[in-house]
Ligand binder design. Structure first.
Ligand SMILES: *[C@@H]1O[C@H](CO)[C@@H](O)[C@H](O)[C@H]1NC(C)=O
Length: 162
């Protein structure tokens, strides 16, 4: 029984590599396949300032092109109209293939896929976690419902919850 539970709770992630293969930056759209209707910000810094200005939470998606778990999550993320609409209307959105300098975006390590929220007071919402005890900020394609409910949580300011 216990073993079954453990198997259920495993999530596929790709470990963060210290140095990934150097690629030249291509003039790709900022969506990188996560939804072309969403207005993606270009940098984490821009995301933070837009979050303050708009008072909408910032959703930070870490992913890699060569990570099959990232690709699978991306597919589910794009396929779900509810999540696309919320992302478009109620969030400042960024997807990153490179890590930022902000260690707060890696409360339990560097891996992908990894999703964190930053509220308009610029607090990284480390309290908003997915289903996996070993990787709190990882999501699998079947976790879209969890992600939607976490997006709703992210819209509630932390100090209002305490
Ligand atoms: C999005 O995903 C949720 C949770 O799995 C599901 O209930 C909903 O029907 C999906 N919506 C669309 C439009 O695909």
């Amino acid at each position: 029984m216990l073993r079954w539970v453990i198997i259920l709770m495993l999530v596929g992630i790709c470990a963060g590599a210290a140095e990934s293969k150097k690629k030249t930056v291509k003039p790709n759209p900022l969506s990188k396949g996560w939804g072309d209707d969403i207005k993606w910000v270009q940098s984490y810094g821009e995301g933070l300032s837009k979050t303050v200005k708009s008072q909408k939470p910032l959703m930070v998606i870490h992913h890699k092109d060569d990570c099959p778990y990232s690709q699978a999550l991306k597919k589910a993320f794009v396929a779900n109209e509810t999540i696309q609409k919320m992302a478009k209307e109620e969030f400042i959105m960024i997807n990153l293939v490179e890590e930022t300098m902000d260690k707060n975006l890696a409360p339990d390590g560097y891996y992908v896929p990894r999703i964190l929220f930053v509220d308009p007071s610029l607090t990284v919402r480390a309290d908003i976690t997915g289903r996996y005890g070993n990787r709190h900020y990882a999501y699998a394609p079947e976790d879209i419902e969890v992600l939607i409910s976490n997006m709703k949580k992210a819209k509630v300011l932390l100090h209002n919850e305490l």
